[in-house]
Design a binder for this molecule. Structure first.
Ligand code: NAD
Length: 256
């Protein structure tokens, strides 16, 4: 059980981050949800998790594109036994046309935020005598596709940061690993379906099977619950010697 542990999950008011928060709370952890907004619905998500699981859940606003706010998130949480770096955005364009501000935002949110939160969280894990860093990379942290230069650079970068974090904590009861999801049907992916249907003149089913899941041999989306289950496993005693590595949850994508 993760009772008595506090988990901070960045970018967790939707999708994979929220799914991970739910599974960690079901396993007994007190969770801290986060995004850059500060809406009633954000705080309502935390209340729903608390009421359902009987654990303490809070929502803390912080913008992961800002290094100081990343560190402030961990300080405001007050303790951080489990750090899940999940916040992420995407932009699709060829390199010569890739908007510089999108490049900078993706590197900041998808990569630098994890450096800042890890820097703030490791001293807390050390004084608690236990810690888990779970970084959400991607199949695109291990392989590439055209037109996603910033995202792929950031995701390969977070795999490197994960390995370095693991080496710096190797002799301590702290581990650092990255989960590499294939396609998961979250808002970030759902939003792309109508436009892709128009572009290719395809049905929803054709877009899913022939465009999105071409590289996912299972031809099925992974789920946010599966990401939560994988994160929970990485926090278990069975995973205490798993550190500095990646776990693919991608329906066979990286086996191709
Ligand atoms: P999503 O859009 O549902 O979730 C992204 C989360 O990040 C949201 O909660 C959003 O509010 C938050 N966020 C965005 N900008 C932020 C900022 N500046 N500060 C704080 N929070 C911010 O998408 P998702 O699919 O759940 O993505 C979560 C993570 O999983 C991302 O890192 C993404 O790259 C990764 N991932 C997703 C897939 C997929 O197929 N969905 C595959 C591989 C990896």
């Amino acid at each position: 059980s993760l009772a008595g542990k506090t988990a901070v999950i960045t970018g967790s008011n939707s999708g994979i981050g929220l799914g991970i928060a739910w599974e960690l709370a079901k396993a007994g952890a007190d969770v801290v949800l986060n995004s850059f907004t500060d809406a009633d619905e954000d705080h309502a998500l935390a209340r729903e998790i608390s009421e359902t699981t009987g654990t303490a859940a809070r929502y803390i606003q912080a913008d992961m594109s800002n290094g100081d706010q990343c560190r402030q998130l961990i300080e405001t949480a007050g303790r951080c036994d489990i750090l899940v770096n999940n916040a992420g955005i995407q932009h699709v364009a060829a390199i010569p046309e890739f908007p510089v501000e999108k490049w900078d935002a993706i590197i900041a949110i998808n990569l630098s935020s994890a450096f800042h939160t890890t820097a703030a969280a490791l001293p807390m894990m050390r004084s608690a005598g236990w810690g888990r860093v779970v970084n959400i990379a991607s199949a695109h942290g291990l392989t590439a596709s055209p037109y996603k230069s910033a995202y792929i650079a950031a995701k390969h970068g977070i795999v490197g940061l994960t390995k370095t974090t693991a080496l710096e904590t190797a002799k301590e009861p702290i581990t650092a690993n990255a989960i590499c999801p294939g396609y998961v049907l979250t808002p970030i992916v759902e939003k792309q379906i109508p436009d892709t249907m128009k572009e290719y003149d395809m049905s929803r089913e054709e877009v899913i099977e022939n465009v999105m899941l071409t590289r996912q041999p299972s031809k099925e989306f992974a789920t946010v619950e599966q990401m939560g289950g994988t994160a929970t496993f990485l926090c278990s005693d069975a995973a205490a010697q798993i550190t500095g590595t990646t776990i693919s949850v991608d329906g066979g994508w990286t086996a191709l």
